[in-house]
Ligand binder design. Structure first.
Ligand code: IVH
Length: 680
């Protein structure tokens, strides 16, 4: 290559590096992956080594890059900032209202008030006002701990530095959404993928003067901690927010009738493009704050609210071929590989076909022209086939009879709940050696909700697997990471980052650890239920190991846990009967620091008590009673043993067998009014 061309190539790479450094260090908005960044640096160094005439002030040998300024201070939210569960149809909303009414023991025809608000697609923030003065502003962070971005938030004009008037609580966390107007986004659309990213990037600038350059807005809609609540409903609160000087949405409403809610949904969706900021649905909140308090939370989201997402975006594309993917539980999922198509701003090239029955029902074939839809975070789906566009030679798709990975004969299991065969085809993995299943287990293990090892994404796992660096989860912790220097795309920075994130992941809570094992039927909720019951990894492991010996005590113990049923127990039995799984867990126990599950530390009369409920109650639903008891430190069981402390009996349809069993085992029996005395 002639000198000028080499120079041009070199300076082109140097310019790119400069741009990436700026995005990473200055704008807190990396525009390429660590891998690509490292690769670029290596390419520059290689060129310099080969052609001695290449020199630049910005060479990675001279330039340490931009020094990353210290991160924002981390501060725990007084009340966690949770997320919302999603609804996509009127039926979902009907279910939501039904569940709420059941929980509150209200009649189905009770006209419960719902506050409806547009769901603004921005970044949430929490503002702490003490005596009306803005003292602290936090980002959501992981919901538990946020970042102190007070200075940046103070640059936003629609955030009052002082609350207007004099009628406000002494101490309140006002929560809402930071967003950017569509018209303001057009000026900076070259820098960010969408308005939401722009708001996020701008909010987290190290220098608040930079934040000020992008015109951010704030819309208030909820609260966290409040000392002396001056409002009884969400709609009252929204009015107060306005009086205090906040912007609140003009599209907020209160309805009691689902028909009005749906009408409002259709109206707002049709106005969507006219609204000056991005709205991706409607949030429905139970208006009465006392009801909200009673309803409480499940996992990460409140029982008293739901987000009704705007309808999905559809597009037409062609199925190039149908691939079978194998999941960590052995499920064979057919996936349509599509001619890439833009669906609402996202390029889609895969759509799930769910299972064999779905393919037969819709008669989906390779080469078909299909309509696909993408709804929120849900994987795109094929909704219909255009038969008219089908070619003459098209053939029906034959679902495989053998696992494409390990060649075992696939099965459809009999479901003892539905008394039918499952729709899902599975690789039974009789020797626990199906490579695809093992690989998927690894991906699950490192995923965000499990060990959360940043830098060890799906592609990296595939790569390490192919290089035979890892097979079981514990291999990750024994991996000689420096070996990666030999591989393409791995530079100093990405190696250090990976080492750090692997080390960080070693400290893990018991529920996350149980979830990370990837046991079928043991998702987040069940992992939490098991962690709450066993409290330590030792207890959990010892009991589960003994499920396969013929001692009923261990099985009974599991049966007694509220929320754990036959499918979970069968699955635990199967998992713990496999020697390799036992080796994996033993190794992980040695390598990791698995924290005991923390029960409520506050001592209450119910702390650590085992309680069972039977029958229906006069004033509260059984779900609410269970929820209240759990909040007071009790464990709910679903069968009686000598260890059970109380059997709480409702006046309607209690099970006589349970009452007799309690009497026989000397378990204390309580009725609703005794119970109310205790919890009050
Ligand atoms: S209320 C307990 N109201 O949606 C959660 N959230 O997926 C209370 N959001 O993190 C949130 N508009 O950032 C609420 N009117 C609204 C909202 C809203 C947008 C966002 C918020 C939250 C996310 C939940």
């Amino acid at each position: 290559m002639e000198k000028e061309k080499i120079k041009a190539l070199y300076f082109d790479k140097i310019a790119k590096l400069k741009e990436y450094n700026k995005a990473y260090y200055d704008q807190d908005n990396p525009i390429i992956s660590d891998h690509k960044y490292d690769r670029l640096k290596i390419e520059i160094l290689n060129l310099e080594n080969k052609y001695k005439f290449l020199k630049s002030k910005l060479s990675p040998t001279k330039n340490i890059g931009y020094k990353s300024s210290s991160r924002f201070k981390k501060i725990k939210h007084k009340i966690p900032m949770l997320s919302l569960s999603n609804a996509f149809s009127e039926n979902n909303i009907v279910d939501f209202l039904k569940k709420v009414k059941n929980f509150l023991k209200l009649n189905n025809d009770y006209k419960i008030e719902i506050s409806t608000e547009p769901k603004i697609d921005g970044i949430s923030a929490s503002l702490n006002y003490i005596n009306g003065q803005l003292k602290l502003g936090l980002s959501r962070g992981d919901g538990i701990t946020g970042e102190d971005i007070t200075l940046n938030l103070k640059t936003i004009r629609s955030i009052p530095a002082r609350l207007k008037g004099s009628k406000f609580p002494e101490n309140i966390e006002v929560r809402g959404e930071v967003y950017i107007l569509k018209k303001d986004f057009t000026n900076i659309s070259n820098k960010f993928a969408n308005p939401r990213n722009a708001a996020g990037g701008s909010l987290r600038q190290k220098d608040s003067l930079e934040t000020k350059k992008i015109p951010l807005q704030f819309m208030a809609y909820s609260f966290g901690f409040v000392k002396e609540k001056l409002f009884k409903t969400q709609s009252e609160y929204l009015k107060l927010l306005k009086n205090w000087g906040f912007k609140v949405s003009q599209y907020n409403n209160v309805f009691t009738d689902i028909k009005d809610m749906m009408k409002n949904y259709i109206e707002l969706e049709s106005k969507r493009s006219e609204i000056e900021y991005d709205v991706d649905g409607i949030v429905y909140k139970i208006n009465d704050l006392n009801f909200q308090k009673r309803l409480g939370y499940v996992s990460n989201s409140p029982r008293w609210a739901i987000a009704h997402k705007f309808s999905s975006t559809k597009a037409i594309s062609k199925i190039l071929n149908i691939e079978i993917q194998i999941g960590r539980t052995g499920a064979l999922t057919p996936v349509a590989k599509l001619k890439p198509v833009n669906v609402g701003g996202v390029i889609i090239s895969n759509a799930t076909l769910h299972n064999e029955d779905e393919i037969i029902r819709k008669d989906i074939r390779e080469g078909d022209v299909v309509t696909i839809q993408r709804a929120g975070e849900v994987i795109p789906q094929v909704i219909s086939v255009d038969i008219n566009k089908r070619s003459a030679g098209s053939k029906k798709f034959i679902f495989p009879h053998k696992c494409p990975s390990c060649n075992s004969k696939v099965v459809k299991e009999f479901n003892s709940n539905t008394k039918k065969k499952d729709a899902v085809t599975r690789c039974p993995d009789p020797n626990y050696s199906c490579q695809d299943i093992l690989k998927e287990k690894l991906k699950h293990f490192v995923s965000k909700e499990a060990l959360n090892i940043e830098g060890l994404g799906k592609k990296v796992i595939d790569n390490f697997w192919n290089k035979k660096l890892i097979k079981y989860s514990y291999d990750i912790f024994n991996l000689d990471i420096d070996i990666l220097k030999k591989f393409d795309g791995w530079g100093e920075k990405s190696i250090i980052n990976l080492k750090n994130s692997i080390n960080k992941s070693k400290k893990i809570s018991l529920d996350r650890f149980i979830f990370s094992l990837g046991i079928r039927h043991i998702g987040h909720e069940n992992a939490k239920v098991l962690a709450k019951h066993f409290l330590s990894i030792g207890q959990f492991f010892e009991t589960c190991k003994k499920l396969n010996i013929n001692n009923h005590n261990y099985l009974d113990e599991l049966y007694s846990i509220d929320g754990i049923g036959i499918s979970q127990i069968d699955s635990l039995k199967k998992f713990f009967s496999n020697k390799q799984n036992l080796i994996v867990i033993s190794n992980l126990i040695n390598l990791l620091d698995i924290k005991n599950y923390k029960l409520l530390t506050k001592k209450t009369p119910l702390s650590g008590k085992l309680i069972m409920f039977t029958g229906a109650f006069e004033n509260k639903s059984r779900s609410e009673l269970k929820f209240l008891s759990e909040n007071l430190g009790a464990k709910i069981v679903s069968s009686i043993s000598k260890k059970t402390n109380f059997l709480v009996v409702g006046s309607q349809k209690p099970t006589t067998k349970k009452i007799n069993e309690a009497k026989r085992l000397n378990v204390k029996i309580l009725y609703e009014k005794d119970w109310n005395k205790i919890i009050n």
